[in-house]
Design a binder for this molecule. Structure first.
Ligand SMILES: [Zn+2]
Length: 256
């Protein structure tokens, strides 16, 4: 059995003392591939360094919406340079975050940088990993407008079935993480039941969003197993089948 954690932040300070052991525990839990996401140019560089050190780790590079306001003028050139490395498999995580950003001007800045990075991904023939928090309408509108030659995933999906149906029409994937295992998972299990199985990825978003039974503790890629187990229960299939389906989906989208 092989699991893939398609969304983590291994360069986070949370792992500065024991990254080696975190990767070993992931391998022991059959998590044979991990993608670590960038959120600034510097942080993307750090993600790439980790991916160069560990065979099982791949990097995504990009500016997170929360850092969009501080984007340097040459950030696209910097990202392009980093993307020359073959361990870079996506542009991410990019998108819109209206939960933390209430200012209309700054939201506009997020939209601009989101679109620029989508276009970069298309130019480089890479998928995008999209962060959408409380910005479902604008995210969907931008993805629809830019959908030609675009592929990607809406990570940590939290929207409605109507939104997800639109995303599937665009050929997008959804990423599910810890919240699927929470008692208050709301409509997520229902969405996952209805979703085409070839469109679902599993991810931890480590060090955040620890799944049950690890909720409240630092998260790490080994815990993607708990999300796979929950998905097996919801889909009424074996854990091995979930591993095979979601790993194949990750392979197809990220070319890993
Ligand atoms: Zn993330």
């Amino acid at each position: 059995m092989t699991l893939t954690d398609t969304h983590s932040h291994l360069q986070d300070d949370a792992y500065k003392d024991d990254l080696e052991e975190v990767i070993e525990r992931a391998e022991a839990a059959n998590v044979s591939k991990i993608i670590t996401m960038g959120d600034t140019v510097e942080n993307s560089r750090a993600a790439l360094l980790i991916s160069q050190k560990y065979d099982s780790v791949y990097a995504a590079i990009g500016l997170h919406p929360e850092t969009a306001a501080e984007a340097a003028e040459d950030y696209l050139d910097e990202l392009k340079k980093l993307a020359q490395n073959k361990k870079v498999v996506a542009i991410g995580e990019i998108g819109l975050d209206y939960y933390w950003e209430k200012d209309a001007e700054k939201r506009k800045a997020q939209q601009k940088i989101f679109v620029e990075q989508i276009r970069l991904a298309k130019e480089l023939n890479l998928p995008v990993c999209v962060h959408d928090r409380d910005a479902h309408n604008d995210t969907l509108e931008i993805l629809k407008r830019e959908c030609k030659d675009l592929r990607g995933v809406c990570h940590c999906f939290s929207g409605s079935y109507e939104t997800v149906a639109e995303l599937f029409k665009l050929g997008f994937y959804i990423g599910v993480d810890g919240p699927l295992t929470f008692k208050n998972a709301a409509k997520l299990p229902e969405i996952v039941v209805k979703a085409p199985r070839d469109r679902v990825l599993i991810e931890t978003d480590s060090p955040y969003l620890s799944p049950a039974p690890k909720r409240g503790k630092r998260n790490e890629p080994a815990n993607v197993l708990h999300i796979a187990e929950k998905l097996a229960e919801i889909w009424e299939v074996t854990l091995e089948e979930v591993a095979e389906i979601t790993t194949n989906n990750a392979k197809r989208l990220y070319n890993i």
